[in-house]
Design a protein around this ligand. Structure first.
Ligand code: ADP
Ligand code: MG
Length: 701
């Protein structure tokens, strides 16, 4: 856009002035003309379509109908006084109601005449009615009835409405701005790209997003502006990636050596799945290119990420480097240690565990072994990134659970080595493709989308309170077979007291139903000290208790293959991602496992859909897609700093195709012209620099 006129402060626009200008800035963050143009309508009222009475329901937005006024009556007294018209077409009858200007409408509307009305249907006393509709006599011969276009609806606030800046008021400002400043809107996408992707030009797009000629033009305008948003985000993300690959040369794992081969041929107790083999190949290729690897490995719980981590670390060791594996909690770190040790012994490669509770003496020993190079693999928590931890030659850092580590912590890891180590980030929370491309667009992404053969899918059922006894009966049967059971309660901060009541009542009911000495129960919740928690968990892990009653603290960290039932209480209060994580605690052994979702009877539509989704599928990727559709990206962890929330039009839940196109387009451009030096790309570079004023084109942000 032309930086001169469109960067003019908003109060100078005709019809704004200092007072409204202040309000626009405060309430809607509209500071300049350009900001106003980017305050896009959030929906449109379709005045091209006419509805029939029998099509109406309370979920519709404002709509228009043609019909005849059958009767008029003024009902009620004082505050309930209202004018009620019966309005009929050939499919049925509704009521039109006015609480204001009763006299005027009573006098001017003729019983028996045909009118065109426009308003939002609602339900009152079980009947459809419309209050305060716009109404005008219907003339079938008139060429244009009503205002035959899509009317934009803008978000506004109560304060702005007091100053006549409701949706209509904002529309007037847009109209006056576009009338005078349209020519100042300049293109920011080169014409060869517009042609290639059949995109409307910028002026037309801005004009049509505010005042669409028809639905087709509106769709084209939306496509163009969404593309633009997604395109420039990708241009930035991939630029960072490019610069990083130039700045950080990666260590090269040239050979597959003795450790890797011995493990693969002699120690690996199973055949890798096709997905695991593919991922191993991707990592292998990444680590011999001389560029630092930054790879995100996504795979559902139980998909076998650990062995990938181990084999990657062996690759590093074979090439003369050390590796580390970092986990978000002490429990998880210990578990990793155990599972690695179950696959290989200390004579083969030397492994140590370092956490906050490692005693001083041991710590010192580890530091020394690390520096001398004697230690091959260091497993641990955040303790790993402390300054005191110095490697001899760190070649690979594996990080489990992306979400809990920030970018800065990753960066700290890199600095542990002159040449930054390759980084493999593993997460069991699958992220929809669109989010991954935006949040982790600068990482390569690998996916294990297949469970090891012979794994029995977990059976999930949804039960109501009335079926509680059946649920208890089922638990008893499973325990009789020697299995163990989780019962989980939600504990959500805002209503902690209420949650604790639920938990206590639940524990009481369970203790009555499952009495000692036949049944033993572990109870774990946030109010316990870490030591108490650990003690209770260990009792369950060792099998000395059969039931673990817990709040969501068990979400991360417990691995008990003998547990075959997961009961989730008040399941309607959990989000999909959490439900899926919890369910992943079972199904780890050879036995058939079950997940029972307990809920109340009154469920919102969203809650129903969540529970239904859980019953229908075990596929974490499908679940994450539905989660994104339900919640939008805002509630998904990690999106806050990513810029996806600044998207004005594009929507990661629905615009996957367009995002893919935009990303590919950027990849192609950088391939040909990494520094945007070609004339045809000059526009992109200028716009990029203008949009990211703090970020120099040549520096990594
Ligand atoms: P996660 O991806 O959740 O970290 P793990 O790596 O802990 O999963 O693997 C879950 C279980 O599956 C482990 O007991 C592991 O040994 C086993 N496993 C991994 N890969 C395979 C495979 N290809 N075939 C059979 N079992 C496997
Ligand atoms: Mg794991």
């Amino acid at each position: 856009m032309n930086s001169h006129t469109l960067s003019t402060s908003i109060e100078y626009l005709k019809g704004v002035g200092p007072q409204r200008g202040e309000l626009l800035k405060k309430e809607l963050s509209i500071f300049t003309y350009a900001d106003l143009l980017q305050h896009y309508p959030f929906r449109y009222i379709d005045r091209t379509r006419f509805y029939k009475v029998n099509e109406l329901n309370a979920d519709l937005p404002a709509i228009q109908i043609i019909g005849r006024v059958m009767s008029k009556a003024v009902l009620g007294e004082k505050r309930t006084k209202r004018l009620v018209l019966e309005f009929k077409d050939d499919t049925g009858l509704i009521e039109l109601v006015w609480f204001q200007s009763i006299k005027w409408f009573e006098k001017n509307i003729q019983t028996g005449a045909v009118y065109l009305i426009f308003g939002k249907p609602s339900v009152f006393n079980g009947r459809i009615s419309i209050s305060h509709p716009e109404i005008e006599p219907y003339d079938p011969k008139a060429k244009k009835q009503g205002n035959l276009t899509l009317q934009p609806v803008y978000s506004s606030t109560e304060k702005l409405k007091l100053f006549n800046l409701d949706t209509k008021g904002i529309q007037r400002l847009q109209a006056s701005l576009l009338e005078n400043q349209l020519r100042d809107i300049t293109e920011n996408i080169p014409s060869y790209l517009l042609e290639k992707h059949q995109l409307m030009d910028k002026k037309q797009a801005i004009l049509n997003i505010h005042f669409p000629e028809n639905t087709e033009e509106l769709a084209k305008a939306q496509k163009r502006l969404k593309f633009e948003e997604l395109f420039f985000i990708q241009l930035k993300i991939l630029r960072n990636k490019l610069l990083r690959s130039r700045k950080f040369k990666g260590v090269i794992f040239e050979q597959v050596g003795e450790k890797f081969n011995t493990f693969y041929n002699e120690k690996l107790p199973f055949e890798l799945t096709v997905a695991q083999k593919r991922v191993m190949k991707e990592i292998r290729q990444d680590t011999q290119r001389g560029i630092q690897m930054n790879r995100l490995l996504q795979g559902d719980v139980g998909s076998g990420k650990t062995v990938i981590a181990l084999m990657s670390m062996l690759l590093a060791i074979d090439n003369g480097y050390q590796a580390c594996l970092m986990a978000p909690t002490e429990i998880l770190a210990k578990q990793h240690e155990q599972s690695l040790r179950s696959l290989i012994d200390d004579d083969f490669v030397k492994i140590q565990l370092l956490t906050g509770s490692t005693p001083k003496k041991k710590r010192k020993e580890i530091h020394e072994q690390l520096l001398s190079g004697e230690l091959n693999i260091l497993i641990g928590t955040h303790a790993l990134i402390e300054d005191a931890v110095q490697f001899h030659r760190l070649g690979l850092a594996v990080i489990d659970e992306q979400h809990r580590f920030g970018v800065q912590q990753r960066a700290k890891l890199w600095k542990k080595s002159l040449v930054p180590p390759h980084v493999l980030v593993m997460t069991a929370t699958p992220i929809p493709r669109t989010l991954a491309m935006t949040l982790y667009g600068d990482l390569e992404v690998s996916v294990i989308d297949e469970l090891p053969a012979g794994r029995k899918p977990i059976k999930t059922v949804h039960m109501y309170e009335s079926q509680r006894l059946r649920m208890f009966g089922f638990i008893k049967e499973e325990i009789a077979k020697g299995r163990q059971v989780y019962i989980v309660y939600p504990l959500i901060k805002e209503s902690e007291k209420l949650d604790l009541l639920y938990l206590e009542a639940g524990i009481e009911a369970i203790s009555l139903e499952f009495p000692l000495p036949e049944y033993k129960i572990s109870i774990v919740h946030g109010k316990l000290s870490p030591a108490e928690k650990e003690f209770e968990m260990q009792r369950f892990v060792k099998g000395s208790t059969q039931i673990m009653v817990a709040t969501t603290v068990i979400e991360v960290g417990v691995n008990v293959p003998n547990a075959s039932v997961m009961v989730i209480e008040n399941a309607e209060r959990f989000g999909l991602a959490q439900l899926h994580q919890l369910r992943g605690r079972v199904g780890r052994g050879a036995e058939q496992s079950y997940c029972i979702l307990m809920s109340g009877n009154n469920l919102s539509n969203d809650a129903k859909l969540r529970l239904q989704t859980m019953v229908e599928t075990n596929d974490g990727f499908r679940i994450s897609e539905i989660d994104l559709q339900l919640r939008g990206p805002g509630d998904i962890e990690g999106t806050q700093q990513s810029g996806v929330l600044d998207l004005k039009l594009a929507d990661l839940a629905h615009d996957q195709q367009l995002l893919q196109t935009a990303r590919q387009s950027v990849i192609d451009i950088y391939e040909e012209d990494p520094d945007l030096l070609k004339t045809e790309n000059a526009l992109l570079r200028t716009y990029f620099e203008m949009r990211n004023p703090g970020i120099s084109w040549d520096k990594i942000s």
